[in-house]
Design a protein around this ligand. Structure first.
Ligand code: CUA
Length: 330
């Protein structure tokens, strides 16, 4: 409805309408009370003005009804705001299970994107319309923020950490991508496009990059090249823990604590292996800080993740429906 209004981005995701409804409710509420209070200030100033030098107002001893009214009404209003915004917040943060995955690395001053099938892009992200897309974000240097106004999606990309966001585009087209966190001289140039395509066109685009190497396969190759495999084998004894079925499981640590083996933990274990040592193992693993890029770390994480549902032969991840394009994987 606001697409003709120049300062208002169009609504192009399933989040957009919900975020806007809450936004307009808050604007309307604020406008209503600003006007109400403004008119009352003026009206009371006129009505209760001092009419002569010896004008004395009657003494006031309070009113329970009034106190209750101005307590209960605001309480009701803020309760509505709380539950409504909590609902919107949760829907923005609960990623649907069938979402296709995209990995994003921010660096000064560009966005580097890797699809789970291996395709890579810079300052562009191609996605299919009508399919949920999960973003896993990180940064190589400072804090950036991945902002797609038309989708009402904005998520910080933090160094040494993974954050997630998701969206489902509702119409094909090309939409602005901005960095929304001041990150240095060329922050304002850290822009790009989200290209939303019909599913068939998206499949053609995926296949157009040639038979790419999937993220997990690239990770598997790194795992061999970096010689991770020498210690992290099922039969490697006490040198390093085996990684099969690790992802998503709780891990007992040498210091008695427990940690869930998520993306951030696996990344940390590669760049700072002595930070969280698995119970029963010695801190003998060298750090790979500086030896592997953030993109390669994402590949290694994807590989470790793929070991979860390991089929007898392949190490490839269970492909989400849309990503399983013929020719998109080796
Ligand atoms: Cu990256 Cu601003």
């Amino acid at each position: 409805m606001w697409s003709g209004f120049p300062l208002f981005p169009e609504q192009a995701s399933t989040h957009a309408g919900r975020v806007d409804a809450l936004y307009f409710f808050l604007i309307a509420l604020t406008a209503f009370f600003s006007l109400l209070i403004g008119f009352m200030v003026i009206g009371f100033a006129i009505r209760y003005r001092r009419r002569s030098p010896d004008d004395r107002p009657p003494a006031i001893y309070g009113s329970l009804a009034l106190e209750l009214t101005w307590t209960i009404i605001p309480l009701g209003i803020v309760a509505v705001i709380f539950f409504w915004s909590a609902d919107v917040y949760l829907s923005l943060n609960r990623v649907p299970k069938d979402a296709i995955e995209v990995h994003v690395v921010g660096k000064r001053w560009m966005w580097k994107v890797q699809h789970i099938t291996g395709q890579r892009e810079i300052n562009e992200l191609h996605v299919p319309v009508g399919v949920p897309v999960k973003l896993t974000l990180t940064s190589e240097d400072v804090i950036h923020s991945f902002f797609i106004p038309a989708f009402r999606v904005k998520k910080d990309a933090l160094p040494a950490r993974y954050t997630t966001a998701w969206f489902q585009a509702t119409k094909p087209g090309r939409y602005h991508l901005f960095c929304a966190e001041y990150c240095g001289t060329r922050h304002s140039n850290m822009i790009g496009s989200i290209v939303v395509m019909e599913p068939a066109a998206f499949q053609a685009w995926l296949a157009g990059g040639g038979p790419g190497v999937s993220l997990a396969s690239a990770g598997e190759k790194l795992f061999q090249d970096l010689a991770c495999v020498t210690c992290h084998k099922a039969d490697s004894g006490a040198r390093g823990p085996a990684l099969d079925g690790l992802f998503g499981r709780p891990v007992a640590l040498a210091d008695g604590g427990t940690v869930t083996a998520d993306e951030t933990y696996i990344r940390e274990s590669i760049v700072a292996p002595s930070a969280k040592v698995v119970a029963g193992y010695q801190p003998i693993m060298p750090t790979f800080q500086g030896l592997v890029s953030e993109e390669q770390l994402l590949q290694l994480v994807a590989y470790v993740r793929s070991l979860k549902a390991k089929a007898p032969a392949a190490g490839a991840p269970p492909a989400p429906p849309v990503a399983a394009a013929p020719g998109a994987r080796p």
